[in-house]
Design a protein around this ligand. Structure first.
Ligand SMILES: Nc1nc2c(ncn2[C@@H]2O[C@H](COP(=O)(O)OP(=O)(O)OP(=O)(O)O)[C@@H](O)[C@H]2O)c(=O)[nH]1
Ligand SMILES: [Mg+2]
Length: 315
């Protein structure tokens, strides 16, 4: 069993369905748009030309994107063809069934000990926060966790991690501002091997996806980790701020070219009405969403559950 199975294990109600916290986190998206879609569907038993256009507009306004919008419409039409609505049933009841496969990606974690996770993304998306929340969670699970401060770009970045390290009593490898991020990553992994840590979380500096030298530096950090431990990093989590809209797709494209990303973390879903970007991201990248951020508190990072997410949107 992989690392993430137990993290996503039964203890988390989000894996079973939606939760009050998740519903609250998705409130803006649900209210502005999914509930309108639901209302629109509540009275309809078929999709005609007029409603098709209306649905299309709604989906596009939620950043679902043209490809997924078409897939949703075709999915609904196929549903209806195969199994016409029964008495009392509405299109809304079928929506969940159509949405689920569009956001669900299989995930089987590779074996790795220590298990190394690298966090990447543009500036301010929530990498360090996500790292600290993950570290805390893993520590609660009884895992021996080590953090690496490979964001050596800003003095405040190392400081931010050091505060977390003190607060959570989780050791941190740091070499101060201006140090070579690759060297920090290498040392962190080496220490983890030597001292038998279970899991290593490495922070990186935020970087604009259009800045080629910075993106190349990320590739270097990635390769250096692999030299310290063949097969590592086992996870490269691309952190994306859900409020950035369509730009998120361009970020994803650039980061996937620079490193072998294995999963997505979608943060700040609580701050956007356009949670539909989640569908567009999964469609474009083919990557599973691994975690979602729905607030500023420590417990506001949830292991992603497609069922929970879709139900939270439609609740
Ligand atoms: N509302 C909300 N805020 C979040 C969430 N995740 C992170 N934040 C906030 O986003 C801000 C930036 O978070 P950081 O973790 O410092 O982001 P970062 O990607 O490490 O930033 P850089 O290192 O500067 O690139 C902080 O104020 C976090 O509290 C979330 O899910 N919801
Ligand atoms: Mg940071």
């Amino acid at each position: 069993m992989g690392w993430w199975d137990w993290l996503r294990g039964k203890k988390d109600p989000a894996t079973e369905g939606t939760t009050p916290a998740l519903e609250k986190g998705l409130q803006k998206s649900r209210q502005s748009f999914w509930s309108r879609l639901r209302t629109l569907f509540a009275t309809r038993s078929a999709i005609d030309a007029g409603s098709r256009e209306e649905i299309e507009e709604l989906l596009l306004s939620a950043d679902v994107g043209p490809t997924v919008t078409e897939k949703i419409l075709q999915g609904l039409e196929k549903e209806l063809k195969e199994l016409p609505l029964r008495e009392g049933e509405t299109l809304a009841d079928r929506l969940e069934k159509v949405l689920l496969p569009l956001i669900q990606k299989p995930f089987s974690p590779p074996d790795g000990h220590p298990y190394v996770i690298l966090l990447v993304g543009v500036n301010g998306v929530g990498k360090t926060t996500t790292l600290a929340r993950l570290a805390y969670r893993l520590q609660q699970e009884g895992k021996k966790v080590l953090m690496g401060a490979a964001d050596t770009f800003r003095a405040a970045a190392v400081e931010q991690l050091r505060r977390w390290s003190d607060k959570l009593h989780i050791p941190l490898v740091e070499k101060g501002m201006g140090a070579d991020p690759g060297a920090v990553a290498f040392e962190t992994v080496q220490k983890a091997i030597k001292e038998e840590y279970d899991i290593v979380l490495i922070d990186t500096a935020g970087r604009l996806h259009t800045r080629t030298p910075l993106m190349q530096e990320l590739g270097k950090v990635y390769r250096v980790i692999g030299k310290a431990l063949p097969g590592a990093p086992h996870e490269v989590l691309l952190v994306i701020d859900a409020t950035t809209g369509q730009n998120a797709l361009r970020q994803a494209e650039a980061f996937m070219q620079a490193t072998a990303c294995t999963g997505l973390v979608l943060t700040k879903l609580d701050g956007t009405a356009k949670g539909g970007i989640a569908f567009a991201l999964v469609e474009q990248t083919g990557l599973p969403i691994r975690f979602i951020g729905i607030g500023e508190q420590a417990e506001d990072l949830l292991p992603f559950s497609a069922e929970g997410f879709v139900r939270g949107l439609l609740a």
